[in-house]
Design a protein around this ligand. Structure first.
Ligand SMILES: Nc1ncnc2c1ncn2[C@@H]1O[C@H](COP(=O)(O)OP(=O)(O)OP(=O)(O)O)[C@@H](O)[C@H]1O
Ligand SMILES: [Mg+2]
Length: 303
């Protein structure tokens, strides 16, 4: 009996500590004057970037963070399909129709805000200096209304995607256990390392069979990146192959809302916690926020 009571007390204590930590983390983020800009990308297409983006946004929102998703996939509109909503406006309306960035926000579930890039990003490249400055002042409003901005990109090693990768405060690189997906992920890491070895890249293995398979892949990628590219990778975790994801996609709903008890939903919650933990590598981050992000983006295009 005494054992059980002790055990219960221990559990309650550890819950209290966890709660206090979560509150401290949240307060920390609220104190940030700028949002954390995260680019979600992959070497190979179809590995789960859009699903990660949306469900991570939901998990973060449930933790109390304010999240904006920016969809810059130039191909098919992705996020809208999974949210089952069609945004009225895109970034183009900010660039050409003088709308405020706040006016073009679409409302997703759990209070998540969502911006469709449309072909607006390609248009941005064509703007002159004064127009860009006006755009930056406009988009900087996002820092005031969000803690995290998640950018969902298309796959691949194109200049467009690379510019979003290089400009981000941190990069979430998604791969599956498929050998082609891993080699393409490595190719992307190599391109990043050629430009900036300090870039914060966190890897997620999606569609893993089990944790051992995922850990093995994460370790191998980290070892080769360190050895051959001198770039330190960080692993963020894994999501198992889960029928719930496929079902939810067919229903045009985020799996963490339709199937909150699924393995995939649990794994994405673990990933979101790890993402927001105060970490050593965070100290290196300076000039965070959407304004610095756009400045780096423009610099990338002009070089
Ligand atoms: N954990 C998972 N378990 C089972 N199926 C998954 C999982 N993750 C993704 N999928 C499947 O992979 C498909 C592609 O996912 P998603 O659209 O998120 O990939 P993507 O990387 O955004 O693709 P694209 O490169 O075309 O933008 C989903 O429709 C789903 O069927
Ligand atoms: Mg996608």
């Amino acid at each position: 009996m005494i054992d059980q009571a002790d055990r219960l007390r221990q559990i309650i204590d550890s819950l209290k500590i966890k709660q206090a930590e979560a509150q401290a983390n949240l307060l920390n983020s609220m104190r940030r004057k700028t949002s954390k800009v995260i680019t979600v990308t992959s070497g190979k297409g179809g590995v789960g970037k859009t699903n990660v983006t949306i469900n991570l946004a939901i998990a973060l929102s449930e933790m109390g963070y304010r999240v904006v998703i920016l969809d810059v996939d130039f191909g098919l509109a992705n996020i809208d399909v999974l949210f089952g909503i069609i945004p009225k406006y895109t970034l183009l309306d900010v660039i050409h129709n003088d709308m405020s960035i706040l006016e073009i926000l679409a409302e997703g579930p759990k209070n998540i805000k969502f911006i469709s890039g449309g072909s607006g990003v390609e248009e941005l490249v064509k703007l002159d200096k004064i127009q860009i400055e006006r755009f930056i002042e406009n988009i900087a409003l996002l820092d005031k209304i969000s803690d995290v901005i998640i950018i969902d990109t298309g796959a691949g090693l194109s200049d467009n995607v690379m510019s979003f990768v290089m400009a981000a405060d941190e990069v979430l690189l998604v791969t599956t256990p498929e050998p082609t997906s891993i080699t393409d992920a490595y190719a992307l890491i190599k391109m990043v390392s050629n430009r900036n070895k300090e870039k914060l890249i966190r890897v997620i293995v999606n569609r893993a069979e089990n944790s051992n398979e995922a850990i093995d892949i994460l370790n191998k990628l980290a070892v080769v990146s360190d050895k051959f590219l001198s770039l330190k990778l960080h692993s963020l975790g894994y999501i198992v192959q889960d029928e719930a994801v496929i079902k939810a996609v067919k229903m045009q709903q985020p799996f963490s809302l339709s199937f909150p008890k699924s393995h995939a939903a649990r794994h994405i919650r673990e990933i979101s916690k790890k993402l927001m933990e105060k970490k050593e590598e965070d100290k290196e981050l300076t000039n965070t926020g959407i304004k610095s992000f756009i400045n780096r983006l423009v610099n990338f295009w002009n070089n």
